[in-house]
Design a protein around this ligand. Structure first.
Ligand SMILES: Cc1ncc(COP(=O)(O)O)c(C=O)c1O
Length: 406
């Protein structure tokens, strides 16, 4: 018999999207055509000029076929710091304050390992992007939930964190525009408050800004690093995955406090060799070139958001339009709240083939909601909502409507 896996790994249930994939397979086996609004996996291809730079580099710069260095190519680090200056008027030292990552999921989890030991506490929003919590648990530390409540516009109330917890905390995780709620920060007041909090309790902010560029209706997401003093008390994560539809490429970065960046780089140097050079070259091209492709993809999510919210309203499911991100966070219709978001999502997939993410998969305070990811064409969104409408109106507990096979 094999030994059990580590205590820390055993603390985690199977990853949310792995579970949803299993259900999708079951639904397919039932002959249902899947419309997948579950995972935030961009459906558009990467802009052609970025792909062309990848191909050019991989063909012509054969040195990129060798091991890269964890700290990343200077070209990419400089492109990141130039982009930051243009976008947020924040100056970053590309040598010490910028670190490319093999996707921000990797960097987020490894930062927890670099800073947390058993018994430490991390302040984690709930609901949250699962790695914000799972990274903490894998590192053997404890997550103290900061509830994100609709009545507080999904912003945590820092005054509610007990002092004894705050004193043990090493990191506070924040993420706006938020996954899964789509909430945004209006103005910089909350970020200033967060800086004061971590300064007082000698911890730091991990600010996840993966959706900073996917914003609608004139909203402009701030950077945590725009707050005076922020750089002394935190780091910010960005990703190419959504902004440039590069989720499969695995390219992201962390930037901010040089000491924290240095520790993360040290941790990673024992584990990975960084991002392949040709991918870094192409990522630099994405940042340096015209940002029209970003406006186009934002416009696409904007239209899908409007269509989804409208058609949901048409079936009597009223939801808030998010000002940013690629998600719509929807409170379960009254008569389904008792069943819980997991059962609701399971039944929905197995009865209709429509995949949405159960709110509870993002943490206990996500219960009572489901998340729609805007990753399908408008026609599929309309089709999905039509099926949801039939599902909501069926009286039986497990309806299976007749649908065409995929
Ligand atoms: C808030 C948030 N942070 C980070 C990530 C991970 O992004 P990456 O593809 O860079 O690992 C995601 C992915 O959905 C996310 O929603």
């Amino acid at each position: 018999m094999l030994p059990a896996s580590s205590k820390n790994l055993n603390r985690l249930p199977p990853y949310l999207f792995v579970r949803l994939n299993t259900l999708k397979e079951k639904a397919r086996a039932l002959g249902l055509k899947i419309v997948d609004l579950g995972m935030g996996n961009p459906d558009r291809s990467t802009p052609s000029h970025v792909v062309e730079e990848l191909v050019r580099s991989v063909k012509e710069e054969t040195w990129t076929h060798r091991y890269p260095q964890t700290k990343g190519l200077p070209e990419l680090r400089c492109a990141i710091s130039d982009w930051y200056r243009r976008r947020f008027s924040v100056t970053l030292d590309p040598e010490t304050e910028v670190l490319p990552l093999v996707g921000s999921k990797e960097g987020l989890a490894h930062l927890m390992f670099a800073y947390l030991s058993s018994g430490d506490v991390a302040l984690v929003p709930s609901p949250c992007y699962p790695v914000h919590c799972n990274g903490v648990l894998l590192a053997g530390a404890k997550a103290h939930w900061m509830p994100l409540r609709e009545e507080n516009r999904f912003i945590p109330d820092l005054n509610k964190i007990p002092q004894v917890v705050a004193r043990k905390a090493r990191v506070m995780i924040l993420n706006y525009p938020n996954n899964p709620t789509g909430a945004v920060l209006e103005g910089l007041d909350f970020l200033k408050q967060a800086v004061q909090f971590v300064k007082k309790y000698r911890c730091f902010v991990l600010y996840d800004n993966a959706y900073s560029e996917i914003a609608f209706d004139g909203y402009q997401a701030p950077s945590f690093l725009q707050i005076p003093e922020a750089r002394r008390f935190g780091v910010e994560f960005h990703s190419f995955s959504k902004t440039y539809s590069m989720a499969g490429w695995r390219v992201a970065w962390a930037c901010g406090n040089a000491e924290i960046i240095g520790k993360l780089a040290k941790f990673k140097s024992f584990l990975d060799y960084g991002i392949p050079g040709f991918l870094q070259k192409a990522a630099a091209a994405a940042l340096n070139a015209s940002q029209d492709c970003v406006s186009q993809v934002t416009e696409l999510y904007h239209r899908r958001r409007d269509v989804l919210c409208e058609v949901l309203r048409g079936i009597g499911w009223h939801v808030q339009k998010p000002k940013a991100s690629m998600y719509v966070w929807a409170r379960l219709p009254e008569k389904f709240r008792k069943m819980g978001s997991l059962t609701f999502s399971e039944k929905l997939i197995l009865s209709t083939g429509v995949v949405v993410s159960p709110g509870v998969g993002f943490g206990p305070y996500g219960e009572g909601y489901v998340r729609f990811a805007l990753v399908c064409e408008e026609s599929d969104i309309r089709e999905a909502v039509a099926r949801i409408g039939r599902f909501l109106n069926t009286k039986t507990s497990h309806p299976v409507p007749k649908l065409v096979s995929a």
